[in-house]
Design a protein around this ligand. Structure first.
Ligand SMILES: Cc1cc2nc3c(=O)[nH]c(=O)nc-3n(C[C@H](O)[C@H](O)[C@H](O)COP(=O)(O)O)c2cc1C
Length: 164
């Protein structure tokens, strides 16, 4: 059984989780950015990871999920700047279920990832008070995903493999 770990990552947080998951996988495996994946032919299981952006999943990931996951076993992993458990996260991440409606989704994992400094700087200058508040939260995300979050991602990888 060959497993693929594929991800989108701009500042390295999701990549860090991807590598942790990859390290836990037994058997034949591959890891690559989504931009380098043509289709999921030959993979019995695929972990697909991405950051939450603009309160949603990134459009290129949405496209990939809807065009390339039909009939496949997949697991989702995501990073976001807000702490885990914030109610709103569900409305941001939920669209992967719709985009991958023809796949078998074995599970999903999400954790906090550091908000990059240029983004914090930009948000702090925003007129929208919601965006400003988001920027003010930025420094509290430093160092994420930390070791405890990485370990949770490793446990997720094991759990998904057992299901697959
Ligand atoms: C343009 C942009 C929009 C973002 N929007 C959100 C958001 O809506 N909610 C959130 O919690 N984090 C948001 N973030 C933070 C990222 O999801 C978080 O920093 C993530 O860990 C980045 O992953 P990466 O390093 O793999 O790119 C945003 C980041 C960027 C750059």
């Amino acid at each position: 059984m060959k497993t693929l770990v594929t991800y989108m990552s701009q500042t390295g947080n999701t990549k860090k989780i991807a590598e942790a998951i990859y390290g836990e996988i037994e058997g034949e495996k591959a890891i690559k950015p989504i931009s380098e994946v043509k289709d999921l032919e030959g993979y019995a299981l695929t972990f697909i990871g991405f950051p939450i952006m603009q309160f949603d999943i990134p459009p290129m990931v949405k496209d990939f999920l809807s065009t390339s996951t039909k009939g496949k076993k997949i697991a989702i992993f995501m990073t976001h700047a807000v702490p885990e458990g914030v109610e709103a996260i569900h409305s941001w991440t939920g669209s992967y279920e719709q985009a991958a409606a023809d796949a078998t989704i074995l599970g999903a994992f999400d954790c906090q990832g550091e908000l990059a400094q240029p983004i914090i700087d930009r948000l702090l200058k925003a007129d929208d008070p919601q965006m400003k508040a988001f920027g003010e939260m930025g420094p509290s995300t430093k160092g994420q995903p930390d070791e405890s979050r990485v370990n949770k991602a490793k446990a997720f990888a094991k759990e998904i493999q057992a299901k697959a």
